[in-house]
Design a protein around this ligand. Structure first.
Ligand SMILES: Cc1ncc(COP(=O)(O)O)c(C=O)c1O
Length: 418
Protein backbone atom coordinates (compact mmCIF):
# COMPACT_ATOMS: atom_id res chain seq x y z
CA UNK A 1 0.00 0.00 0.00
CA UNK A 2 1.30 3.50 -0.89
CA UNK A 3 1.41 5.85 2.10
CA UNK A 4 -0.82 8.91 1.47
CA UNK A 5 2.06 11.38 1.75
CA UNK A 6 3.44 10.01 -1.55
CA UNK A 7 0.61 11.77 -3.40
CA UNK A 8 0.59 14.84 -1.21
CA UNK A 9 4.03 16.31 -1.69
CA UNK A 10 4.48 20.07 -2.09
CA UNK A 11 2.97 21.47 -5.30
CA UNK A 12 6.32 22.54 -6.71
CA UNK A 13 7.41 18.91 -7.01
CA UNK A 14 4.92 18.53 -9.88
CA UNK A 15 6.04 21.58 -11.86
CA UNK A 16 9.78 21.93 -11.29
CA UNK A 17 11.95 19.65 -13.45
CA UNK A 18 15.23 18.15 -12.31
CA UNK A 19 18.15 20.41 -13.24
CA UNK A 20 19.22 19.43 -16.76
CA UNK A 21 22.85 20.02 -15.82
CA UNK A 22 22.64 17.76 -12.75
CA UNK A 23 20.93 15.11 -14.89
CA UNK A 24 23.59 15.27 -17.60
CA UNK A 25 26.36 14.70 -15.03
CA UNK A 26 25.24 11.07 -15.02
CA UNK A 27 26.56 10.49 -18.55
CA UNK A 28 30.10 9.27 -18.80
CA UNK A 29 31.30 10.56 -22.18
CA UNK A 30 34.80 11.15 -23.54
CA UNK A 31 34.14 14.70 -24.80
CA UNK A 32 32.47 16.49 -21.90
CA UNK A 33 31.29 19.98 -22.88
CA UNK A 34 28.40 19.91 -20.37
CA UNK A 35 28.43 21.63 -16.95
CA UNK A 36 30.57 24.64 -16.11
CA UNK A 37 33.10 22.55 -14.19
CA UNK A 38 36.50 24.17 -13.63
CA UNK A 39 39.23 22.10 -15.28
CA UNK A 40 42.20 24.08 -13.94
CA UNK A 41 42.31 23.57 -10.19
CA UNK A 42 45.05 24.92 -7.87
CA UNK A 43 45.82 21.57 -6.25
CA UNK A 44 49.36 22.43 -5.05
CA UNK A 45 48.14 25.70 -3.56
CA UNK A 46 45.43 23.92 -1.59
CA UNK A 47 47.94 21.33 -0.37
CA UNK A 48 50.02 24.23 1.04
CA UNK A 49 46.96 25.85 2.60
CA UNK A 50 45.81 22.60 4.19
CA UNK A 51 49.28 22.02 5.70
CA UNK A 52 49.27 25.55 7.11
CA UNK A 53 45.84 24.99 8.65
CA UNK A 54 46.86 21.60 10.04
CA UNK A 55 49.95 23.13 11.69
CA UNK A 56 47.78 25.68 13.52
CA UNK A 57 44.80 23.49 14.29
CA UNK A 58 45.67 23.04 17.98
CA UNK A 59 44.82 26.69 18.55
CA UNK A 60 42.36 27.43 15.74
CA UNK A 61 40.46 24.11 15.76
CA UNK A 62 38.01 25.21 18.45
CA UNK A 63 36.75 27.87 16.02
CA UNK A 64 37.22 26.48 12.53
CA UNK A 65 35.93 22.98 13.30
CA UNK A 66 32.87 24.60 14.82
CA UNK A 67 29.70 26.51 13.96
CA UNK A 68 30.36 30.13 13.04
CA UNK A 69 28.28 33.27 12.45
CA UNK A 70 25.50 32.79 9.85
CA UNK A 71 26.77 35.78 7.86
CA UNK A 72 30.33 34.41 7.63
CA UNK A 73 33.74 34.87 9.29
CA UNK A 74 34.69 38.51 9.76
CA UNK A 75 38.33 37.84 8.79
CA UNK A 76 37.30 36.32 5.42
CA UNK A 77 34.80 39.11 4.69
CA UNK A 78 37.48 41.70 5.42
CA UNK A 79 39.90 40.09 2.94
CA UNK A 80 37.20 39.81 0.24
CA UNK A 81 35.93 43.37 0.75
CA UNK A 82 39.43 44.83 0.44
CA UNK A 83 40.06 42.82 -2.74
CA UNK A 84 36.80 43.93 -4.42
CA UNK A 85 37.59 47.52 -3.54
CA UNK A 86 41.21 47.33 -4.73
CA UNK A 87 40.58 45.46 -7.98
CA UNK A 88 37.14 46.68 -9.02
CA UNK A 89 36.88 49.99 -7.21
CA UNK A 90 33.66 48.93 -5.49
CA UNK A 91 32.64 51.04 -2.47
CA UNK A 92 31.32 49.01 0.46
CA UNK A 93 29.86 51.58 2.90
CA UNK A 94 29.57 49.36 6.00
CA UNK A 95 32.63 47.25 5.17
CA UNK A 96 32.32 43.53 6.09
CA UNK A 97 28.76 44.09 7.40
CA UNK A 98 27.63 44.58 3.80
CA UNK A 99 29.12 41.24 2.76
CA UNK A 100 27.39 37.89 3.18
CA UNK A 101 29.10 34.51 2.88
CA UNK A 102 26.89 31.71 1.56
CA UNK A 103 27.27 28.03 0.71
CA UNK A 104 27.88 28.67 -3.00
CA UNK A 105 26.42 31.66 -4.81
CA UNK A 106 23.56 29.30 -5.67
CA UNK A 107 22.42 29.54 -2.05
CA UNK A 108 22.57 33.32 -2.31
CA UNK A 109 20.40 33.34 -5.44
CA UNK A 110 17.89 31.09 -3.72
CA UNK A 111 17.81 32.96 -0.39
CA UNK A 112 17.54 36.29 -2.20
CA UNK A 113 14.56 35.12 -4.26
CA UNK A 114 13.05 33.47 -1.18
CA UNK A 115 13.29 36.82 0.60
CA UNK A 116 12.06 39.00 -2.28
CA UNK A 117 9.22 37.12 -3.95
CA UNK A 118 5.58 37.56 -3.10
CA UNK A 119 3.07 35.51 -5.16
CA UNK A 120 2.95 36.68 -8.81
CA UNK A 121 5.95 39.02 -8.46
CA UNK A 122 7.76 39.51 -11.76
CA UNK A 123 11.52 39.17 -12.31
CA UNK A 124 13.01 40.44 -15.58
CA UNK A 125 15.92 38.65 -17.27
CA UNK A 126 17.49 37.81 -20.62
CA UNK A 127 16.24 35.00 -22.84
CA UNK A 128 18.05 32.54 -22.36
CA UNK A 129 19.28 32.84 -18.74
CA UNK A 130 21.14 30.79 -16.10
CA UNK A 131 18.80 27.94 -15.21
CA UNK A 132 19.84 27.96 -11.55
CA UNK A 133 18.14 31.35 -11.31
CA UNK A 134 15.25 30.85 -13.72
CA UNK A 135 13.82 27.73 -12.09
CA UNK A 136 13.80 28.96 -8.44
CA UNK A 137 11.82 32.07 -9.49
CA UNK A 138 8.98 29.78 -10.61
CA UNK A 139 9.42 27.40 -7.69
CA UNK A 140 9.04 30.27 -5.21
CA UNK A 141 5.82 31.54 -6.83
CA UNK A 142 7.22 34.35 -8.97
CA UNK A 143 6.83 34.98 -12.68
CA UNK A 144 9.77 35.13 -15.05
CA UNK A 145 9.58 37.85 -17.72
CA UNK A 146 12.20 37.28 -20.41
CA UNK A 147 13.46 39.80 -22.96
CA UNK A 148 15.53 39.21 -26.11
CA UNK A 149 19.32 39.24 -25.80
CA UNK A 150 21.96 39.65 -28.51
CA UNK A 151 25.69 39.16 -29.06
CA UNK A 152 26.40 41.69 -26.24
CA UNK A 153 23.90 40.17 -23.77
CA UNK A 154 20.89 41.80 -22.10
CA UNK A 155 19.47 44.75 -24.07
CA UNK A 156 18.51 47.73 -21.82
CA UNK A 157 15.82 49.05 -24.23
CA UNK A 158 13.98 45.74 -23.94
CA UNK A 159 14.31 45.74 -20.17
CA UNK A 160 12.77 49.21 -20.06
CA UNK A 161 9.99 48.09 -22.39
CA UNK A 162 9.37 45.00 -20.23
CA UNK A 163 9.01 47.16 -17.10
CA UNK A 164 6.53 49.48 -18.84
CA UNK A 165 4.49 46.60 -20.28
CA UNK A 166 4.45 44.91 -16.87
CA UNK A 167 3.16 48.12 -15.24
CA UNK A 168 0.53 48.60 -17.95
CA UNK A 169 -0.74 45.05 -18.44
CA UNK A 170 -0.15 43.43 -15.03
CA UNK A 171 -0.51 46.54 -12.94
CA UNK A 172 2.73 45.87 -11.07
CA UNK A 173 6.37 46.92 -11.16
CA UNK A 174 8.86 44.07 -11.53
CA UNK A 175 10.64 43.18 -8.28
CA UNK A 176 14.10 42.67 -9.75
CA UNK A 177 16.24 42.52 -12.89
CA UNK A 178 18.74 39.65 -13.14
CA UNK A 179 21.91 39.89 -15.21
CA UNK A 180 25.19 38.00 -15.60
CA UNK A 181 27.26 40.91 -16.89
CA UNK A 182 30.60 39.15 -17.42
CA UNK A 183 30.79 36.11 -19.73
CA UNK A 184 27.18 35.11 -19.23
CA UNK A 185 25.90 31.63 -18.55
CA UNK A 186 24.69 30.30 -20.99
CA UNK A 187 25.64 32.63 -23.85
CA UNK A 188 29.16 33.73 -22.95
CA UNK A 189 28.33 37.38 -23.71
CA UNK A 190 29.82 40.36 -21.85
CA UNK A 191 27.86 43.59 -21.38
CA UNK A 192 29.50 46.73 -22.81
CA UNK A 193 29.98 49.62 -20.39
CA UNK A 194 27.17 51.67 -21.90
CA UNK A 195 24.65 48.90 -21.30
CA UNK A 196 25.84 48.47 -17.71
CA UNK A 197 25.22 52.13 -16.95
CA UNK A 198 21.87 52.08 -18.79
CA UNK A 199 20.69 49.05 -16.77
CA UNK A 200 21.72 50.72 -13.51
CA UNK A 201 19.83 53.89 -14.46
CA UNK A 202 16.73 51.85 -15.35
CA UNK A 203 16.86 50.07 -11.98
CA UNK A 204 17.17 53.35 -10.05
CA UNK A 205 14.54 55.19 -12.10
CA UNK A 206 12.00 52.41 -11.56
CA UNK A 207 13.14 51.63 -8.00
CA UNK A 208 13.89 47.99 -8.78
CA UNK A 209 16.66 45.80 -7.35
CA UNK A 210 19.30 44.77 -9.88
CA UNK A 211 20.81 41.35 -9.21
CA UNK A 212 24.29 41.29 -10.76
CA UNK A 213 25.59 37.72 -10.81
CA UNK A 214 29.33 38.05 -11.39
CA UNK A 215 30.27 34.37 -11.22
CA UNK A 216 32.85 34.71 -14.04
CA UNK A 217 34.24 38.13 -13.03
CA UNK A 218 37.81 36.85 -12.55
CA UNK A 219 37.83 34.37 -15.46
CA UNK A 220 38.67 36.99 -18.08
CA UNK A 221 41.26 36.92 -20.89
CA UNK A 222 41.42 40.71 -21.32
CA UNK A 223 40.13 43.89 -19.74
CA UNK A 224 36.36 44.16 -19.33
CA UNK A 225 34.20 47.07 -18.08
CA UNK A 226 33.76 47.55 -14.32
CA UNK A 227 30.88 45.77 -12.57
CA UNK A 228 27.48 47.50 -12.49
CA UNK A 229 27.93 47.50 -8.71
CA UNK A 230 30.54 50.24 -9.15
CA UNK A 231 27.74 52.69 -10.05
CA UNK A 232 26.13 52.01 -6.66
CA UNK A 233 28.51 53.48 -4.03
CA UNK A 234 25.64 53.84 -1.53
CA UNK A 235 24.89 50.10 -1.83
CA UNK A 236 21.17 50.64 -2.48
CA UNK A 237 20.22 49.18 -5.84
CA UNK A 238 22.56 46.35 -6.78
CA UNK A 239 22.95 42.94 -5.13
CA UNK A 240 26.42 41.85 -6.29
CA UNK A 241 27.03 38.11 -6.25
CA UNK A 242 30.42 36.44 -6.46
CA UNK A 243 31.61 32.88 -6.05
CA UNK A 244 34.86 31.07 -5.36
CA UNK A 245 33.76 28.13 -7.54
CA UNK A 246 35.33 29.32 -10.78
CA UNK A 247 38.23 31.43 -9.43
CA UNK A 248 39.37 29.10 -6.62
CA UNK A 249 37.77 25.64 -6.37
CA UNK A 250 34.28 24.23 -5.95
CA UNK A 251 34.36 24.40 -2.16
CA UNK A 252 30.81 25.75 -2.07
CA UNK A 253 31.45 29.31 -0.99
CA UNK A 254 29.79 32.42 -2.38
CA UNK A 255 30.30 36.04 -1.30
CA UNK A 256 27.92 38.87 -2.00
CA UNK A 257 27.43 42.56 -1.32
CA UNK A 258 23.79 43.20 -0.42
CA UNK A 259 21.93 46.45 0.26
CA UNK A 260 21.50 46.95 4.01
CA UNK A 261 17.68 46.73 3.82
CA UNK A 262 17.68 43.15 2.54
CA UNK A 263 20.78 41.87 4.37
CA UNK A 264 18.98 41.05 7.66
CA UNK A 265 16.09 38.99 6.18
CA UNK A 266 18.45 37.16 3.80
CA UNK A 267 20.70 36.20 6.76
CA UNK A 268 17.57 35.05 8.60
CA UNK A 269 16.71 32.85 5.62
CA UNK A 270 20.22 31.42 5.40
CA UNK A 271 20.08 30.65 9.12
CA UNK A 272 17.25 28.23 8.43
CA UNK A 273 18.83 26.83 5.27
CA UNK A 274 22.19 25.75 6.71
CA UNK A 275 22.88 27.62 10.00
CA UNK A 276 26.26 28.69 8.60
CA UNK A 277 28.73 27.98 5.80
CA UNK A 278 31.55 25.62 6.86
CA UNK A 279 34.06 27.59 8.97
CA UNK A 280 36.87 25.30 7.83
CA UNK A 281 36.21 26.06 4.16
CA UNK A 282 35.99 29.77 4.95
CA UNK A 283 39.41 29.66 6.61
CA UNK A 284 40.91 27.84 3.61
CA UNK A 285 39.56 30.45 1.24
CA UNK A 286 40.61 33.33 3.47
CA UNK A 287 44.23 32.18 3.10
CA UNK A 288 43.72 31.65 -0.66
CA UNK A 289 42.29 35.14 -1.25
CA UNK A 290 44.83 36.82 1.03
CA UNK A 291 47.97 35.18 -0.40
CA UNK A 292 47.50 33.06 -3.52
CA UNK A 293 44.72 34.05 -5.89
CA UNK A 294 46.66 36.39 -8.17
CA UNK A 295 49.40 33.86 -8.94
CA UNK A 296 46.95 31.00 -9.37
CA UNK A 297 44.67 32.94 -11.69
CA UNK A 298 47.52 34.08 -13.93
CA UNK A 299 48.36 30.40 -14.66
CA UNK A 300 44.80 29.14 -14.92
CA UNK A 301 43.68 31.88 -17.27
CA UNK A 302 46.34 30.78 -19.76
CA UNK A 303 44.86 27.27 -19.69
CA UNK A 304 41.28 28.46 -20.14
CA UNK A 305 42.27 30.82 -22.95
CA UNK A 306 43.99 27.99 -24.84
CA UNK A 307 40.81 25.93 -24.52
CA UNK A 308 38.64 28.87 -25.62
CA UNK A 309 40.89 29.39 -28.66
CA UNK A 310 40.72 25.69 -29.57
CA UNK A 311 36.92 25.69 -29.39
CA UNK A 312 36.64 28.90 -31.41
CA UNK A 313 38.83 27.44 -34.14
CA UNK A 314 36.76 24.26 -34.36
CA UNK A 315 33.43 26.15 -34.48
CA UNK A 316 34.80 28.31 -37.30
CA UNK A 317 36.17 25.28 -39.18
CA UNK A 318 33.56 22.55 -38.73
CA UNK A 319 30.25 24.01 -37.54
CA UNK A 320 27.49 24.98 -40.03
CA UNK A 321 28.42 28.45 -41.29
CA UNK A 322 24.80 29.64 -41.31
CA UNK A 323 24.53 29.02 -37.54
CA UNK A 324 25.09 31.71 -34.90
CA UNK A 325 27.95 31.53 -32.42
CA UNK A 326 29.08 33.80 -29.62
CA UNK A 327 32.80 34.32 -28.94
CA UNK A 328 33.38 34.56 -25.18
CA UNK A 329 36.13 36.85 -23.87
CA UNK A 330 36.18 34.87 -20.63
CA UNK A 331 34.06 32.51 -18.55
CA UNK A 332 33.41 28.91 -19.55
CA UNK A 333 30.87 28.82 -22.41
CA UNK A 334 30.16 29.20 -26.11
CA UNK A 335 26.56 29.39 -27.32
CA UNK A 336 25.83 27.97 -30.75
CA UNK A 337 22.46 28.20 -32.44
CA UNK A 338 21.38 26.38 -35.60
CA UNK A 339 19.68 28.54 -38.21
CA UNK A 340 16.72 26.19 -38.48
CA UNK A 341 14.42 27.10 -35.58
CA UNK A 342 12.78 23.66 -35.57
CA UNK A 343 16.12 21.96 -34.83
CA UNK A 344 15.90 20.24 -31.43
CA UNK A 345 19.34 20.23 -29.80
CA UNK A 346 18.05 17.97 -26.97
CA UNK A 347 16.84 15.24 -29.33
CA UNK A 348 19.99 15.62 -31.43
CA UNK A 349 22.16 15.17 -28.35
CA UNK A 350 20.43 11.99 -27.22
CA UNK A 351 20.30 10.47 -30.72
CA UNK A 352 23.53 11.68 -32.33
CA UNK A 353 25.96 13.40 -29.97
CA UNK A 354 25.95 11.07 -26.93
CA UNK A 355 26.31 7.91 -29.06
CA UNK A 356 29.41 9.64 -30.48
CA UNK A 357 30.76 10.41 -27.00
CA UNK A 358 29.98 14.15 -27.04
CA UNK A 359 27.93 16.01 -24.43
CA UNK A 360 26.81 19.67 -24.19
CA UNK A 361 23.77 21.30 -22.56
CA UNK A 362 20.73 21.66 -24.83
CA UNK A 363 19.61 25.31 -24.96
CA UNK A 364 16.02 24.58 -23.92
CA UNK A 365 17.20 24.16 -20.30
CA UNK A 366 17.85 27.93 -20.11
CA UNK A 367 14.30 28.98 -20.97
CA UNK A 368 11.69 29.16 -18.20
CA UNK A 369 9.10 26.42 -17.90
CA UNK A 370 6.39 29.08 -17.68
CA UNK A 371 6.06 32.86 -17.46
CA UNK A 372 5.92 35.91 -19.72
CA UNK A 373 8.04 37.29 -22.53
CA UNK A 374 8.62 40.47 -24.52
CA UNK A 375 9.51 40.36 -28.21
CA UNK A 376 11.62 42.79 -30.21
CA UNK A 377 8.79 43.50 -32.65
CA UNK A 378 6.00 44.91 -30.45
CA UNK A 379 5.21 46.32 -27.01
CA UNK A 380 2.89 43.62 -25.71
CA UNK A 381 3.13 40.96 -23.05
CA UNK A 382 3.42 37.49 -24.56
CA UNK A 383 3.35 34.01 -23.07
CA UNK A 384 6.46 32.00 -22.37
CA UNK A 385 8.87 31.42 -25.27
CA UNK A 386 11.21 28.46 -25.60
CA UNK A 387 13.77 27.87 -28.34
CA UNK A 388 15.22 24.44 -28.95
CA UNK A 389 17.85 25.25 -31.59
CA UNK A 390 20.61 26.50 -29.24
CA UNK A 391 23.30 24.68 -27.29
CA UNK A 392 25.70 25.70 -24.54
CA UNK A 393 29.15 24.22 -25.10
CA UNK A 394 31.64 24.41 -22.25
CA UNK A 395 35.40 24.52 -22.80
CA UNK A 396 36.39 24.69 -19.13
CA UNK A 397 36.83 21.05 -18.19
CA UNK A 398 38.63 19.13 -20.93
CA UNK A 399 42.06 19.62 -22.51
CA UNK A 400 42.60 21.56 -25.75
CA UNK A 401 43.35 18.27 -27.52
CA UNK A 402 40.02 16.78 -26.42
CA UNK A 403 38.29 19.98 -27.54
CA UNK A 404 39.88 19.69 -30.99
CA UNK A 405 38.76 16.06 -31.33
CA UNK A 406 35.28 16.34 -29.81
CA UNK A 407 34.33 19.57 -31.57
CA UNK A 408 35.30 18.15 -34.96
CA UNK A 409 32.96 15.22 -34.31
CA UNK A 410 30.15 17.53 -33.13
CA UNK A 411 30.63 19.94 -36.05
CA UNK A 412 30.48 17.17 -38.63
CA UNK A 413 27.34 15.70 -37.02
CA UNK A 414 25.69 19.14 -37.10
CA UNK A 415 26.66 19.65 -40.75
CA UNK A 416 24.63 16.56 -41.62
CA UNK A 417 21.54 18.20 -40.09
CA UNK A 418 21.72 21.26 -42.32
C1 LIG B 1 25.94 32.42 -13.55
C2 LIG B 1 26.08 31.51 -12.39
N1 LIG B 1 25.63 31.90 -11.19
C3 LIG B 1 25.73 31.12 -10.12
C4 LIG B 1 26.29 29.85 -10.21
C5 LIG B 1 26.37 29.02 -8.97
O1 LIG B 1 27.69 28.82 -8.57
P1 LIG B 1 28.12 28.32 -7.12
O2 LIG B 1 26.91 27.91 -6.37
O3 LIG B 1 29.07 27.20 -7.37
O4 LIG B 1 28.78 29.48 -6.48
C6 LIG B 1 26.77 29.39 -11.43
C7 LIG B 1 27.35 28.04 -11.54
O5 LIG B 1 27.69 27.55 -12.57
C8 LIG B 1 26.67 30.25 -12.55
O6 LIG B 1 27.12 29.88 -13.75
Amino acid sequence: MTPPYYDQLAEWTDIVPESEIRRLLLYNVKYYFGGGKPGALPIDTFKTILRQIADNLDTTGIDILNYGPTSGLLSLKTVLGERMKRIEGIEIPRGPDDILITSGSQQMLYALLDTLIRPKDVIVMARPSYLGFVVPVTKLGGNVLTVPSDIDGLIPEHVEKAINVCKRELNRTPKAIYVVSDSDNPKGTTLPEKRRKALFDIAVENEILLIEDAAYREIQFGKIPPPIKKYDPENKWVAYLRTSSKEAAVLRLGYSILPEEIMTPVIKDKGYLDLCTSSFIQKMLEIYYANHIDNVLADNLKIYKRRRDAMKKMIETYFPSNGFSTTPTGGFFFWFQMENESFDSGKFMQEKAIPNNVLYVPGKAFYPIKGYSISAGDSKLHGNRIKTNGMRISYSFVSSQMILEGMEILGKLLQKEV
